[in-house]
Design a protein. Structure first.
Ligand SMILES: [Ca+2]
Length: 493
């Protein structure tokens, strides 16, 4: 790392002129034009409220909470998908899922699509992805793969390999993805937990909640280890660290497999000393597709000039996402008026009937369209096994619970919610005449988004299996053992 006192005079003066830098914590690399490293830490199935700094009083996440104290909490980040694989495609390509062809689970992008790994590599970065992959085809994601999440030996070799070359590492944990078998279970007494209001409180739920929280703490330890690695290698000041909670947990109403906020809202923190104000927050609406343009702009590349390799329905080849660098730098509070999300059931292990969902949200209201409400929503996971079996048993003597459980399987075509007064989305306003104008406005936005994406709704759902990709073979980091990445072992859905 370059000491600031050794900077060439021109850079020193430029930095001084910028005025907002906090010397000496702002590290600028003279040798490569000041380009930062990028460490993108991706949780797996973590509901956005299940962290200490986002308000959960039971869960122990000291390292992630510390990251929030040192960075900016982005409170308006949304996932455009509801399962692991399409989520990661959007996060890495900067494209929404249907346009990129990557919308069912275990999916792949259209041939020729480029990702943030492609763009940064072309700009001279070395790029790697550690642990969970779930993206394809390999040509679109030219990262070195580091196997496993808990051993940082190869990670250290990667981040220190060549001092004058910046790097990007996507560290994709498997925690707290079910089954919840890992982590410090002694920290959590099921009887003493506060069960969130969207879950039915019984012994089965409490035990599973304790197991899930233990895996959240396991993830927290991984984050702590990564931050220590940056410190030990002298890269803590010149690395932009972004943490994302990915999508909601696999509890019924925990969020995964739904376009409710528990599913698609993302706890996001960005730490970048000297550029991002510690302990700050911003409420601007943004999506995972905005992350690649942001990283590129932070690396000095104009994201507007990027060819993503995948045209939209109008032939436009640029990103769906927009850079939020100005928000990170405290110069703006707004990026987009609407965020979108979609859910495809066809192809998910255990799905029974097509049950496509589309959603649009502004800062206050959300419109959801269930495109086949005459079908039964069933994809395994939330619909089979525990805890839902125990909820169904309890529901026999509890009519309110019975209604709550039934909603998991049967919904109306349109759902409209006021997130300000009803954050858990329990009061459907879709047929309330008082909200008709809002519903019409959001519906127009949703139609325009689907048209731009080439999304034909049910027709798109029915060909989802043609967009799946299973059994991808991984590239390994130089010098590493050649093993196939076990996609299936920890993937679930
Ligand atoms: Ca996931």
């Amino acid at each position: 790392m370059t000491d600031w006192r050794q900077l060439p005079l021109s850079i020193f003066l430029t930095v001084l002129a910028a005025g907002s830098f906090l010397f000496p914590s702002a590290s600028v690399r003279a040798q490569d034009g000041g380009r930062p490293n990028f460490l993108l830490i991706i949780a797996d199935d973590l509901t956005w409220t299940d962290l200490g700094f986002t308000g959960n009083k039971d869960v122990h996440t000291p390292n992630i909470d510390q990251l929030a104290k040192e960075g900016m909490y982005l409170r308006g980040m949304y996932d455009p998908a509801t399962t692991c694989s399409p989520t990661r495609h959007a996060l890495y390509t900067g494209l929404y899922c249907v346009r990129a062809g990557a919308y069912p689970n275990h999916t792949r992008a259209f041939d020729g699509t480029k990702s943030v790994f492609t763009h940064l590599k072309e700009a001279g970065y070395r790029v790697a992805l550690q642990n969970k992959t779930h993206v394809g085809p390999p040509e679109s994601f030219p990262y070195e793969h580091i196997e496993g999440a808990d051993d940082l030996t190869e990670t250290k070799a990667f981040v220190t390999r060549q001092a004058d070359q910046p790097w990007m590492l996507a560290y994709a944990s498997n925690d707290p993805h079910g089954p919840w078998t890992r982590g410090p279970k002694e920290l959590y007494d099921p009887a003493k937990l506060t069960v969130p209001p969207y879950l039915h409180d019984n012994e089965t739920t409490r035990q599973l909640l304790a197991d899930y929280y233990a895996e959240v703490s396991m993830l927290d330890t991984q984050v702590g280890n990564l931050m220590k690695l940056l410190e030990d290698t002298g890269q803590k000041d010149n690395t932009l660290v972004m943490f994302v909670s990915e999508q909601g947990s696999s509890f019924p109403y925990g969020g995964k497999w739904s376009v409710y906020d528990n599913g698609i809202r993302v706890a996001t923190v960005v730490r970048w000393p000297g550029r991002v104000e510690p302990g700050s927050h911003n409420d601007a609406l943004m999506q995972y597709v905005d992350v690649p343009p942001t990283f590129l702009e932070a690396a000095g590349i104009d994201p507007v000039k990027i060819d993503t390799g995948c045209p939209d329905a109008n032939g436009y080849r640029g990103f769906d996402g927009k850079s939020f660098l100005s928000i990170l730098e405290g110069k703006s509070d707004h990026l987009r008026d609407y965020v979108f999300s979609q859910h495809t059931t066809v192809g998910i292990n255990g799905y029974k009937e097509p049950y496509p969902m589309r959603a649009v949200r502004d800062t206050r209201y959300k419109l959801i369209r269930n495109l086949a409400p005459e079908n039964t929503y069933h994809i395994g996971g939330i619909h089979e096994g525990e805890p839902i079996t125990s909820w169904q048993a309890d529901a026999k003597s509890d009519p309110e619970l019975a209604k709550h459980v039934d909603w998991l399987f049967h919904r109306t075509g349109d759902e409209l919610y006021d997130l300000e007064t009803d954050p858990l989305e329990t009061k459907n306003l879709a047929t309330d005449p008082e909200f008709a104008d809002i519903k019409t406005r959001l519906g127009k936005e949703l139609d325009a988004w689907m048209a731009q994406q080439g999304d034909e709704g049910m027709a798109t759902e029915l060909i989802a299996e043609s967009r799946q990709n299973r059994g991808r073979q991984e590239k390994k980091v130089k010098g590493g053992k050649k093993k196939k990445q076990k996609e299936a072992a920890n993937s679930g859905n």
